[in-house]
Design a protein around this ligand. Structure first.
Ligand code: ATP
Length: 236
């Protein structure tokens, strides 16, 4: 297993957002986390990337306990998050934004190799290389955020709502790119409101309800699960 969460709880002050979550992601998988608004999907991502401390339980990555490790040191270990709401640097150019993603790395040759790889995955980013991030369209900013996360050459890519706010055609495209990134060797953990897309692309998935995992299975199993269909796929 590349990532193992064992009984992880997390609270924001008195608000208990996660109640003992256990999940795992094997090397090479795409795993999706689905659930309604406020279920704790983003919180789970924050726990893994280290943006919020866990109050209980353990997070193991690549065989080691990272529960108490600083967020920047988790990036060095190979965990990279593309945050919900994009979080790019609006005043910096597309290229500078991408280079920021590689800030923990030193090998210039490898960094330019990865920059080329991101430009191949997202030709639009190459076209907009010198444009400032803040002037990109919503969909382009989303792509830039994913590209920037890739620039740390992660073992595990955490994607929080990559399809948020995108037009249907772009949603297809971003999921195609996620599958391609995965096929090139990066393990992916994905949080999504768009359960249909997420389940059809993921190897496995977990359903989160009010801070607890209530179901898990292969993407295909959950796509055909009546309760999941009813609650998350908009069909009874
Ligand atoms: P969404 O899809 O709406 O983003 P989510 O599943 O990602 O939902 P979280 O953002 O993880 O949900 O929120 C889980 C719970 O924790 C919610 O009840 C939310 O109100 C609460 N919460 C999240 N962030 C904070 C915070 N910074 N301070 C206090 N409570 C928070």
């Amino acid at each position: 297993m590349l990532l193992e969460l064992d009984n992880v709880s997390l609270a924001y002050g008195r608000i208990q957002a996660l109640h003992g979550i256990s999940l795992n992601v094997a090397q090479g998988e795409i795993v999706a986390l689905i659930g309604a608004n406020g279920a704790g999907k983003s919180t789970t991502m924050r726990a893994i990337s280290g943006l919020r401390p866990v109050s209980e339980g353990s997070i193991r990555f690549d065989g080691q306990d990272i529960s108490k490790l600083r967020a920047d040191l988790r990036v060095v270990r190979g965990v990279s998050q593309s945050p919900e709401g994009r979080g790019i640097f609006p005043g910096m150019s597309v290229r500078e934004n991408l280079e920021m993603g590689a800030y923990t790395r030193k090998n210039r040759a490898e960094i330019s190799e990865d920059l080329e790889r991101v430009f191949t995955l997202f030709p639009r980013m190459k076209e907009r290389e010198k444009q400032s991030g803040g002037t990109l369209s919503g969909g382009e900013q989303q792509m830039l955020a994913v590209g920037r996360a890739l620039m740390s050459r992660p073992k595990l890519l955490l994607l929080d709502e990559p399809s948020m706010g995108l037009a249907p055609m772009l949603i297809q495209q971003i999921f195609d790119i996620i599958v391609e990134i995965n096929e090139q060797g990066t393990t992916v953990l994905l949080v999504e409101q768009n359960a249909q897309q997420a389940l059809s692309r993921a190897h496995r998935a977990y359903v989160l309800e009010t801070g607890r995992i209530v179901k898990e299975g292969t993407g295909a199993e959950l796509l055909h699960d009546p309760a999941v269909k009813d609650a998350y796929l908009g069909v009874a």
